[in-house]
Design a protein around this ligand. Structure first.
Ligand code: FAD
Length: 168
């Protein structure tokens, strides 16, 4: 799995955890069933896979069909009620077993580090050791993906840089 969502929750994930993906979060199962039935009326001649590609990533579609036990060549007009309900069940809660994480070498951010209470945030100077300044990853601070971690290293680096030269 890749992308911002899994990156953000990866620090909470352990091997043997289960991940459930809701691929259509704006509707519950019943609403989605009604919605699909309405659309299916107008798209009877389409393949189920073509319909799914209108709102799901292409690479995911073979897995969705496989997990729903629906043949790749199934047309909407031939879809049984059981197949439709299985499809909805999978779309609303596709299940993955976590086998592992990529580890430190592939990590983007580290959690842990110098305790923030031991650092003066106005100067980034250590409250414990004189003339020692901290910035960025070495601090016990980590944010979600979206540039917050870069902002932390730039801002704390700037503040530490400005203030440490004052000591000279
Ligand atoms: C693949 C990847 C993608 C990322 N994408 C994002 C993103 O999109 N948004 C975001 O906000 N953050 C992102 N990050 C995190 C962000 O890049 C880091 O938080 C940030 O670069 C930390 O900066 P830093 O200067 O504190 O540490 P680093 O960038 O790790 O710099 C530490 C430097 O110290 C050097 N060093 C280590 N030990 C010694 C030593 N003993 N003596 C001398 N030098 C030493 C290292 O070689 C390195 O150059 C990403 C990180 C990775 C790995």
């Amino acid at each position: 799995m890749s992308g911002p969502v899994i990156l953000d929750i990866s620090k909470e994930i352990k091997p043997k955890d289960k991940i459930f993906l809701d691929l259509f979060p704006s509707k519950n199962k019943e609403e989605l069933d009604k919605y699909f039935q309405k659309i299916f009326e107008k798209k009877k001649n389409k393949f189920v896979s073509t319909f799914l590609s209108e709102f799901l990533p292409e690479k995911l579609i073979p897995f969705i069909l496989n997990f729903s036990s629906i043949p790749k060549t199934r047309k909407i007009s031939d879809l049984t009620k059981e197949e439709r309900l299985r499809l909805i069940k999978v779309i609303k809660g596709i299940e993955f077993n976590v086998t592992g994480l990529l580890g430190f070498d592939k990590a983007m951010i580290t959690s842990g580090g110098i305790l923030l209470k031991e650092v003066d945030s106005k100067t980034m100077k250590s409250k414990i050791i004189n003339n020692l300044y901290f910035a960025g990853e070495v601090l016990d601070i980590d944010g979600p993906s979206g540039g917050y971690n870069l902002q932390v290293c730039w801002t704390t680096g700037y503040v530490a840089g400005i203030n440490s030269t004052k000591d000279d």
